[in-house]
Ligand binder design. Structure first.
Ligand code: HEC
Length: 401
């Protein structure tokens, strides 16, 4: 019952998370489009009011006329629309999901028993949980310090972007050494997503509040507040596509269980940012296909890096037929079916994980390639809970039709 409850809650929380994220990212993409697509106002009266850009749009059977003020309008309306709850709801629901899935089962999902770092491979569950939380907090602290030290007055934003890019490669590398592959991808995405929400919470919204308060008091707002809001919001723009990719990576073990997973992850992050750049420029009327082309080239590179090395059973004699299906079935029964059965015996599982059950030899036979892939990468058995031996892994690798 407990496993069922947790699964159900997880399902519903995931729903909420995706909806909140769609609403937030959608709004963010919309405002980038609006900002970059503004044209100088045609009417003299608009210019006199202080409008510096406008956009006409038709949507859902109506016509819209957006105007952006260069500084502040003469009078601020009381019912100003603010955007922040979508961002907070996305972060909160995402964090809740992380707690329900990963932190509730850290020795399955967070600890990587094959880590190159011995101490990381031997972490206990609660140590892994603490480390994951520290990882998220440290990600924000380092990013925020980089912004504050490198470009405090927004004069060196170019250099800052390079520093943030380098930081993300380091985050990708560390995450794959410290945590199981699936969690590593998720946590790297979560470092970016946390920076995005924290940018809204600690800088963008407080800055806007100060600006509004100044205007209401009849004073000129501090221009740094506006510029900093823009700086952080630009970072958020380039984080969006990589974050979405990392968040949906959880079924693609060929990527996150690869020994160079951090390289694959970094390539995906840069590809996402480059593709986003194309759209950002497109909204201001400049079509630069080189950006998505470079993004696709990085994805192709990731494909090449991630490709499995050689086919299975290659280093066996051709005369040797490899292990029989009975041998394989026996290995699978001892190492996999505690979880992967119609009725799992492993505590915490109330249905076969990922819908995969190996109750019969036929089921095992029909999933040969998939089994070989997850065993070779070390992703399965999850957390090597069932203590699969190297000989058994070799037997699975040598198993051919
Ligand atoms: C301790 C429980 C457990 C054991 C033991 C286990 N698995 Fe899994 N397996 C899981 C869970 C949980 C998932 C779902 C993870 C996910 O959503 O990616 C999974 C997913 C999979 C997948 C799908 C991967 C994907 O990319 O979605 C395959 C294939 C798989 N397991 C094969 C195996 C094989 C083969 C073994 C034995 C060598 C094994 N598992 C042992 C828990 C286990």
């Amino acid at each position: 019952m407990q496993a069922y409850l947790l699964d159900f809650a997880n399902f519903m929380m995931r729903w909420l998370h995706v909806i909140a994220a769609i609403a937030w990212i959608g709004e963010s993409i919309y405002f980038v489009m609006l900002d970059n697509g503004l044209k100088p106002p045609k009417e003299e009266s608009c210019r006199k009011k202080g409008v510096f850009g406008e956009m006409w749009a038709v949507h859902g059977g109506g016509f819209y006329h957006n105007q952006k003020y260069a500084t502040s309008p003469e009078k601020l309306p009381d019912d100003l629309h603010w955007s922040f709850w979508k961002s907070y709801a996305t972060w909160l629901s995402g964090f809740a999901l992380f707690v329900m899935l990963y932190m509730a089962n850290p020795s399955f999902y967070l600890v990587d028993p094959n880590s190159n770092w011995q101490w990381a491979a031997e972490m206990s569950g609660w140590q892994a949980n603490v480390l994951a939380l520290l990882f998220l907090v440290a990600g924000w602290v380092v990013y925020n310090e980089l912004c504050k030290r490198i470009s405090p007055d927004m004069q060196r934003d170019g250099l800052l972007s390079v520093a943030v890019a380098v930081m993300m490669v380091v985050v990708a590398y560390l995450s794959t050494q410290l945590f199981a592959g699936r969690a590593a991808f998720l946590l790297t995405g979560a470092v970016m997503a946390t920076a995005m929400s924290a940018n809204v919470f600690f800088w963008i919204i407080p800055g806007q509040r100060r600006m509004v308060a100044a205007m209401k008091a009849g004073e000129a707002p501090n221009p740094l507040d506006g510029k900093r809001g823009k700086q952080r919001s630009v970072h958020n723009t380039y984080f969006t596509l990589p974050v979405v990719l990392l968040m949906i990576s959880n079924h693609y073990s060929f990527a996150y269980s690869h020994e160079h997973a951090w390289v694959i992850m970094s390539l995906f992050i840069f590809a996402g940012a480059l593709i986003r750049q194309f759209f950002v420029l497109m909204h201001s009327g400049s079509i630069k296909p080189a950006y998505p082309a470079a993004g696709v080239a990085l994805i192709a590179l990731a494909f090449w890096v991630g490709a499995p090395a050689g086919s299975s059973g290659q280093n066996r004699d051709s005369a040797d037929a490899g292990p029989s299906i009975d041998e394989i079935h026996e290995i699978v029964e001892t190492r996999c079916t505690a979880c992967h059965a119609k009725e799992p015996s492993q505590e915490g599982f109330n249905s076969p994980p990922a819908g995969i059950a190996y109750d019969s030899a036929d089921q095992v036979l029909s999933q040969r390639e998939q089994i070989q892939q997850v065993v070779a990468s070390g992703y399965m058995p999850l957390g090597n809970m069932t203590e699969m031996t190297d000989e058994e892994r070799e037997a699975i690798a040598a198993w051919s039709e």
